[in-house]
Design a protein around this ligand. Structure first.
Ligand code: UDX
Length: 456
């Protein structure tokens, strides 16, 4: 099949490369000529396991083409995917400018029947607006071609996007049209084997399903972070509580890990956008607002613990930071807890020596040139001679730490662990003070621990 994809960002590129890999002919359009140039040279501007190989292999085979020619894109295929960004407006609502620009472009160049597939996460009702925009643009040209607009939201996770696309849990298609159902069925057939994962529903339900899925997951995390804060104050260990509740199949073990808050490009944006959509529809959406508030407060917890460890004075201290990305296996630092921590530390007069396996270029782009940030070349180089160690991302390589080495090389024996990576008892045996998330016992003992070694 021939497919056109507007937008070569995260979702667009993964979608395009995965569809090309099963033999579809895919034409990708982006208005960003630099990005298209980069892709034409076989370079992939984002870090995502397996993606570069897919892009290069399929581009070489001639099945994956990158272009800025929107007219050629519209006329290339009957199926046109919209996978452009929907950044947040100031009030949290989604900015639909790019989506509607693509709709206008389609209206300008449409030359026959088209199926327009919405992949971007968009407010409920956007498919209708896309349809209206195409119709208006065609009318201004004096043409009237038939088209359908459907919603096919994406559930990709950064770090496993290729895997999520090729082995989807579900493929949601919101449409009322039999032709669309059939076309999307054929398009996804190579990735829809063994049992049928296609779910058809009306357009608005499909649009809301995307928000509801992310909101549910974000709610689980904020719930656990709230429980962790309660556990900490009651002297209970949230890690025991997590296992205790997870064993109930109605609750389950997944996505109930407490931490220093969720980040990334989806959860924060989508929770706010859903609250904003609900408000516009005249509904308060109290739970969504609380999920957001709890997460926002959780991002301050690391700083509070460090501050507590140094009696409220971090002036002149150097804090080692392991993990900058908002989660492992990505270089993405959007809304990452590490950023809130670093900014609070700088505000308190401390400096940061950071290491991340993938996000160093991104950190340099965001904060390069700051005198109070050193980007270290290894976890050890970040920690050696620092006053304390903070951990914001659970990269595999941080899971096993040499505590004896840390005790010998940190000026103050303090570890603030935002991902609960270690066994508190084991850390303490090495004479280190361990502040984790929701592990009441470790915090209580830390508070009553003997005086720290001080800088000479
Ligand atoms: C998410 C959804 O999972 C995906 O389906 C959707 O398409 C896009 O948004 P992503 O943003 O890539 O994907 O990250 P995800 O792996 O879901 O993690 C989001 C955040 O939640 C991370 O900051 C992570 O650290 C945090 N998290 C996750 C927790 O704090 N605890 C958990 O138990 C799980």
């Amino acid at each position: 099949m021939k497919l056109t994809i507007f937008g070569t960002g995260y979702v667009g590129l993964v979608t395009a490369a995965c569809f090309a890999d099963v033999g579809h002919e895919v034409f990708c359009v982006d208005i960003d000529a630099t990005r298209i140039g980069t892709l034409q040279r076989g370079e992939v501007p984002i870090f995502e396991p397996g993606l570069k190989e897919l892009v290069v292999r399929n581009a070489e085979a001639g099945r994956l083409v990158f272009s800025t020619d929107a007219r050629a894109g519209v006329q290339f295929a009957e199926l046109i995917f919209i996978a452009v960004g929907t950044p947040p407006n100031g009030d949290g609502s989604a900015d639909l400018r790019h989506v509607l620009d693509v709709a206008r472009t389609i209206g300008e160049h449409i030359d026959g029947y088209k199926i327009v597939v919405g992949k971007s996460t968009v407010p409920v009702g956007t498919a209708d607006r896309v349809g209206a925009t195409i119709t208006e643009t065609m009318a201004a040209r004096g043409v009237a071609h038939v088209f359908d607009v459907c919603s096919n939201p994406e559930f990709l996770k950064e770090g496993s996007a290729v895997e999520d696309f090729t082995k989807p849990a579900r493929i949601i298609v919101g449409t009322g049209s039999e032709i669309v159902r059939k076309k999307l069925h054929d398009c996804y057939a190579p990735y829809n084997r063994n049992h049928d994962k296609l779910m058809y529903m009306d357009v608005r339900s499909a649009e809301l399903t995307k928000y509801a899925a992310n909101a549910m997951l974000a709610t689980k995390i904020s719930f656990m972070n709230e429980m962790a804060n309660i556990a900490e104050r009651l002297g209970a260990d949230i890690e025991e509580v997590r296992k205790g509740i997870g064993s109930d199949p109605r609750i389950g073990y997944q996505f109930i890990y407490p931490g220093c808050g969720y980040g990334g490009s989806c959860f924060p944006k989508d929770v706010r956008a859903l609250a904003s959509i609900a408000r516009e529809a005249g509904f308060g959406a109290d739970l969504m607002q609380a999920v957001e508030r709890v997460n926002d407060a959780q991002k301050d917890v690391m700083f509070q613990k460090l501050s507590q460890a140094f009696d409220g004075n971090l002036e002149g201290r150097t804090i080692a930071l392991w993990g900058l990305a908002f989660k492992p296996n990505t270089d993405d630092m959007r809304e990452a807890p590490s950023r809130r921590l670093m900014e609070a530390l700088w505000g308190a007069g401390a400096s940061v020596r950071a290491f991340d396996p993938e996000a160093m270029p991104e950190a340099r782009r965001l904060y390069g040139g700051r005198a109070d940030l050193v980007l270290a070349s290894s976890p050890q180089q970040a920690a050696a001679g620092a006053d304390a160690l903070a951990i914001c991302t659970e990269w595999k390589q941080f899971r096993v730490a040499d505590f004896a080495w840390l005790k010998a090389n940190l000026i103050n024996p303090v570890i603030v662990d935002g991902r609960n990576l270690y066994d508190p008892e084991q850390v303490r045996q090495h004479g280190l003070l361990y502040y984790a998330i929701g592990r009441g016992d470790s915090v209580n003992r830390a508070a009553s621990a003997p005086a720290r070694r001080e800088v000479a």
